[in-house]
Ligand binder design. Sequence first.
Ligand SMILES: Nc1ncnc2c1ncn2[C@@H]1O[C@H](COP(=O)(O)OP(=O)(O)OP(=O)(O)O)[C@@H](O)[C@H]1O
Ligand SMILES: [Mg+2]
Length: 234
Amino acid sequence: MLAISELTAGYHGVPVLHGVSLAVRTGEFVTVLGANGAGKSTLMQVLMGLLPSMSGRVEHRGEDLLRVPAHERVSRGIAYVPEGRRVFPALTVEENLRAVNLKHSATSYAEGLDTVFTLFPRLKERDIQLAGTLSGGEQQMLALGRALMSRPSLLLADEISLGLAPIIVDQLFEVFRDLNDSGVSILLAEQNALSALEYADTAYVLETGSVTREARASDLLTDASIVESYLQEL
Ligand SMILES: Nc1ncnc2c1ncn2[C@@H]1O[C@H](COP(=O)(O)OP(=O)(O)OP(=O)(O)O)[C@@H](O)[C@H]1O
Ligand SMILES: [Mg+2]
C-alpha cells in the first residue's frame, strides 16, 4: 500500500528525517512511536504533500506519491487526521463534516455522513451542536470523522490520544480496529505507546528522525527497552 524508502525531509534546508524507511501493507495497522520532536508530524506532512521531501521515495500502490499534488492524494484514497484536533469551533458538527472538500473524491456527502454517523453515533446525536462546545474526545471523533468523509483506503493519523481520558482513547482505538477490520490500512503516529502497541500489527520506533526499531507491535509490549522509554506509565 505504502512504501517509504530513505526519506529525508526537514525545514529551511535542515533535515529532521534522516533516511526513513517504512512500509504499510494492504490491510495493515502500523504505528510509529516517537518522543516529542522525533519527526512523526514531519513524516505525516510529507506523506500528505504539505511539506516537500529532500530525498528518498514514497510509493503508494506502486505509484510515485511524491509527484502527486497534495489535493490529488485524497482521490487516491488517502486521508489524514492532523495533530491537535483541528475542527472549526464556530461551525456545527455536521457543518464541519460538510466543509471537507470531496471534489477529488468518489464519495458523496450523503455517503460520507452516513459512514461517519454510523461509526460515531455520538456525533450524530450532536449534529447541530457547535464543534467548539464538544468535549475533547468528541472533537477528536469529529477530526477523525472529517478524515473519513472521503472513505479512504489509507488513513494517516497523528497523535489521536493526546490529552484524552483513557476510556475515550480506548473508544477511538476501537474505531481504528473496526476501520482496519473493514479493510482500511492505517499509519498512526503516537506517543501513547501502550494503546498503539495493543491495537497495531507492526510498530516502528522513530528517534530523532531515524527508525531505530521495526517489530511486531505485540513483541514491543514486552520489550524491556521499549517499556523503559515509552511505557513508563505501566
Ligand atoms: N515548521 C517548522 N520549522 C522548523 N522546524 C520545525 C518545524 N516543524 C517542526 N520542526 C522541528 O522538526 C523536529 C520534528 O518535529 P515534529 O513536529 O515532526 O515532531 P513530532 O515527533 O511530531 O513531535 P510531537 O510528539 O511533539 O508532536 C522538531 O525538532 C521540530 O522543532
Ligand atoms: Mg507531532
